[in-house]
Design a protein around this ligand. Structure first.
Ligand code: ADP
Ligand code: ZN
Length: 290
């Protein structure tokens, strides 16, 4: 019997199975097309195994409120065809086993908390900076949620004094995702992110935005560690630029851990999400509600 994991992204779904030690024994990457097509590929993968439970970390927004009629659905996503898709219901109907349900970034935060760069901490935030920006937080082993899951990518930021771009978020004029996600960088400069590697001004502006958000998260949650992942963070020079800008913006008002240990890369690399999904699958098999 295996644990199953589904890391559902807007570009691709990664499905994996593991043994009890969370060693991945098989995995597949499926392009995200229509729900019908994509889910049928997900079934093709998992039908080959005998599963104890599954953990899903999904792109969102998703409904995580158990008392809601649309619990388990993807809700207001801009991704065509996926609005109001009953993701959890489809998986449960097929397999009739415990299924853990959370966001992709919550799963990644949980993976890092248990097995990655926040193993020695009792709280952490995981932020992905990719096609979109999203974040999840774990405090004392619990994934944080209230009325809904956090939407850390849409916190409001001050435009950079040299900003020429109007922002890409259809909902907000001045939000982090609108100015700092991969597509915003590419639209502002009309080039792919990796082609801008040597243009320091690009990454200084990016750090200006991300540092503002990190100051907000710090003041609201006072976490012990902030882990930054996603495609844009492949630009490793961003880490020191963000730390410098963060220090300037926060001032000496409150203490944080040493910034080199506070703002860090994922310890699990690109496996943070899938690891978190497997861990959550194991907990749901044990009857723990996630
Ligand atoms: P997703 O968010 O779809 O799961 P990623 O986290 O890989 O996928 O993010 C993709 C985005 O990251 C793209 O919009 C691209 O602009 C940006 N990106 C990917 N690789 C790099 C890189 N090496 N440098 C800068 N930006 C990158
Ligand atoms: Zn927004």
């Amino acid at each position: 019997m295996y644990y199953g994991a589904i890391e559902a992204g807007g570009t691709k779904f990664v499905c994996a199975i593991s043994n009890d030690d969370f060693e991945v024994l098989d995995r597949v990457s499926i392009p995200t097309t229509t729900p019908a097509e994509t889910i049928s590929e997900v079934f093709n993968f998992f039908d080959r195994f005998s599963l104890k439970s599954i953990g899903i970390g999904s792109f969102g927004p998703i409904d995580v409120n158990r008392s809601s009629k649309t619990y388990g659905y993807i809700t207001t996503t801009p991704k065509k065809g996926w609005v109001n898709f009953d993701f959890l219901g489809n998986i449960k109907e097929r397999y009739n086993i415990p299924v853990a349900w959370t966001t992709d970034v919550n799963a990644a935060a949980y993976g890092e908390y248990k097995k990655g760069n926040a193993q020695d901490s009792s709280s952490c935030i995981y932020l992905t900076v990719g096609t979109g920006i999203g974040g999840g937080a774990v405090v004392n082993g619990n994934i944080q949620a209230g009325f809904g899951h956090p939407e850390m990518g849409h916190v409001l930021v001050q435009p950079h004094p040299d900003e020429t771009y109007q922002g890409s978020c259809p909902y907000h004029d001045n939000c982090l995702e609108g100015f700092a996600a991969g597509p915003a960088i590419e639209s502002r400069y009309n080039k792919k992110g990796h082609e801008l590697e040597n243009d320091i001004k690009v990454w200084e502006m990016e750090a200006y935005y991300l540092a503002q958000a990190l100051v907000d998260y710090t003041l609201i949650l006072r976490p012990e560690r902030i882990i930054l992942g996603g495609g844009v963070m492949k630009q490793k020079q961003l880490f020191s630029l963000i730390r410098t800008e963060f220090g300037k913006l926060l001032g000496d008002y409150v203490a944080t851990p040493d910034l080199n240990q506070y703002i860090v890369e994922p310890g699990l690399g690109d496996n943070a999400g899938i690891t978190g999904c497997l861990l959550l699958a194991a907990e749901s098999a044990d009857g723990k509600v996630s």
